[in-house]
Design a protein around this ligand. Structure first.
Ligand SMILES: *[C@@H]1O[C@H](CO)[C@@H](O)[C@H](O)[C@H]1NC(C)=O
Length: 212
């Protein structure tokens, strides 16, 4: 499994408390990591993607845009709004043993959505720092998280190997800590179920204070 070809869906959910403003939309952001231009059905790919094609047909297609060539630099820009030369994440990905992360003085998109009164949830790959607790997604603006913290995983066992000593370890976490009981549950199905659970368990009546 190559770090650079693993395709991974990341779901961000920003669910609004309807009591605050009925016109404020809920936001579901789906990021397909390493998704090639020709990997989508409506670009003529042999890979069939009927659901994504349907969504694109009724929405806006971005056909010409630029991102960084690999994972951590790109997702750090998305999450912080800062170019990666300003966050120290321009070189490569964050390796399992590497003490690096999106700097703590950069608020994340999730921090900002929370400030605006949203509940915030994430399912999938993080890869923006994990060497200290403060860098974990549930400390960076997400109310809940379920997924893996590094760049790729074994889709069934949810393990990852360290880069230098090749030791296998569990990389599946939620905001309470390691998730040890999902070995054998295929990631695409597991993450889809978690995403559905997030939407279904959202308390629409919850009232929050909004910072203005
Ligand atoms: C693993 O544990 C969590 C929390 O108790 C539970 O919600 C989930 O259904 C369990 N998964 C399996 C496959 O038993």
């Amino acid at each position: 499994m190559s770090l650079y070809t693993a395709r991974v869906l990341v779901f961000f959910f920003c669910l609004f408390d309807w009591s605050l403003a009925a016109s404020t939309p809920n936001v579901v952001f789906v990021l397909a990591d390493d998704y090639g231009y020709n990997d989508i059905g409506y670009h003529g790919s042999e890979i069939q993607t009927p659901t994504l094609d349907k969504l694109a047909q009724s929405g806006v297609k971005l056909e010409n845009y630029y991102v960084q060539p690999i994972c951590s630099p790109t997702r750090s820009q998305l999450m912080s709004g800062r170019y990666q030369i300003h966050t120290g994440l321009q070189h490569s990905i964050i390796w399992p043993e590497q003490p690096n992360g999106l700097p703590l003085n950069s608020p994340t998109l999730a921090d900002k959505m929370k400030e605006a009164g949203y509940s915030t949830h994430m399912v999938g790959k993080w890869h923006l720092g994990f060497y200290k607790k403060e860098y974990l997604p549930w400390k960076r603006g997400f109310d809940t998280y379920f997924g893996y913290l590094t760049g790729s995983e074994d889709y069934f066992k949810h393990i990852r190997k360290t880069s230098f000593t090749h030791k296998a370890y569990l990389d599946l976490h939620n905001e309470q800590g390691p998730v040890k009981n999902e070995s054998g549950h295929y990631s695409a199905h597991l993450f889809t179920q978690k995403a559905i659970d997030v939407v279904n368990s959202h308390n629409k009546k919850k009232v929050k204070e909004v910072n203005v």
